[in-house]
Design a binder for this molecule. Structure first.
Ligand code: NAD
Length: 354
């Protein structure tokens, strides 16, 4: 038996593939375009493992996807591949529509054709799992109840809108064609191998460089945080027991303001890698102009995951964050390899000119 995973060289997808192969005998075909956040180093532990086949290609290439499906006959497709960074979506939304909307459409069409030709028990057993975000639900006020699976979509960034569009396509492929679709909406992930443009690794890296630590606006935007391994476990549970046509909210029960997250990272670095001058890394915090359309608060009600699938997050935020900081301190080889010239140009364009 085989899974087809898209985007399995990225932050969450690679973790999922590693976890999957650590606890299953099934093989994985991993289709990734190696866009800037896709990194074969994330999969180095699988070198020589015959259960992992990496294919360098795009989900937008329907003929390639169809050929992989015909050759490997997977029992499930897990769709992680995406453009995933809100700031990049503000600077250049076209790539987000191309990958997240057009790419999902191309994938769904190839999967539909494959699934319609399945026969016997393979057909009802097949699953298509779309990995999505809580950002499709828009923003909450401080006292609003958390997002449930019934919360209407109200995306505010080009990234969130492109993911919402993809989710609606997947939903329609279930309703119109009967494709066994599962959709997950997860809160902010953190952990090893996250590209250092996202809040937690960006803060760690800039702290170590002695650069200002950018905090948008007043820094009081609230996000729910989930350790990436907990997300992967939740996805395995949804794949095994989720009901086609349903969506599942996945969250960490860990709401924190961005400023609080930055303070915690500074405290961990102060303890694990103190500055030579003995001053706290907090001295580097710099408030910068807020992101346009910046959502104020996300909060996830993940009670469906708990009551229907028996999943709750296992990692306390402080533990996961300490582990993450320690990983970035210990894996300078990984960090140095991803911080190429394009990365530096991007960070400079975002934070140095303000
Ligand atoms: P990432 O940016 O680290 O990885 C995305 C991967 O997709 C990369 O390996 C990239 O090379 C690949 N990719 C891009 N375009 C492709 C294409 N056309 N064809 C094939 N591969 C392509 O992102 P991530 O943080 O690992 O997120 C993975 C998924 O999880 C995304 O769908 C994202 O929307 C969703 N998600 C992320 C978070 C989070 O906090 N990171 C939270 C909830 C949901």
């Amino acid at each position: 038996m085989t899974l087809l995973v898209t985007g399995g060289a990225g932050f969450i997808g690679s973790r999922f593939v590693l976890d999957w192969l650590a606890c299953h005998q099934e093989s994985v075909v991993n289709l990734d375009a190696l866009a800037y956040a896709g990194n074969p180093m994330n999969l180095a532990a699988l070198d020589g493992d015959p259960r992992h086949r990496f294919v360098h290609g795009s989900v937008n290439d329907g003929a390639l996807v169809a050929a992989l499906l015909a050759e490997h006959r997977p029992r499930a497709v897990l769709h992680f591949a995406a453009e995933s960074h809100v700031d990049r979506s503000l600077a250049g939304p076209g790539a987000f529509v191309a990958t997240n909307v057009d790419g999902t459409f191309a994938l769904l069409e190839a999967v539909r054709a494959y699934w319609q030709r399945l026969s016997g028990p393979a057909k009802p057993a097949f699953r298509y799992l779309q990995v999505s975000t809580d950002e499709v639900y828009g923003t909450l006020g401080p006292l609003d109840p958390a997002f449930t699976e019934a919360t209407p979509f109200a995306p505010n960034s080009p990234y969130a809108a492109s993911k919402a569009a993809a989710d609606l396509l997947a939903r329609a492929w279930h309703r119109s064609y009967g494709l066994p679709v599962l959709i997950t909406h997860c809160s902010n992930n953190y952990g090893p191998h996250q590209f250092p443009e996202k809040l937690i690794p960006l803060t760690i890296e800039r702290a170590l460089e002695g650069a200002p630590l950018p905090v948008y606006g007043d820094g009081l935007q609230v996000r729910d945080w989930l350790y990436v391994d907990d997300h992967c476990e939740a996805l395995r549970r949804v794949l095994a027991e989720g009901v086609p046509g349903r969506s599942y909210n996945i969250g960490g029960n860990a709401e924190h303001t961005n400023l609080d997250v930055v303070h915690r990272i500074c405290a961990l670095l102060d303890a694990q890698r103190p500055r030579a001058d003995g001053v706290s890394y907090r001295a580097q915090i710099a408030f910068v102009a807020d992101r346009p359309g910046h959502d104020r608060r996300y909060a996830i009600d993940a009670s469906r995951m708990a009551t229907e699938l028996g999943w709750v997050p296992g990692t306390a935020f402080d533990d996961g964050l300490a582990r993450t900081v320690a990983w970035y301190l210990s894996r300078r080889d990984w960090v140095d390899a991803v911080k190429d010239g394009r990365y530096r140009d991007w960070v400079a364009s975002q934070y140095e000119a303000r």
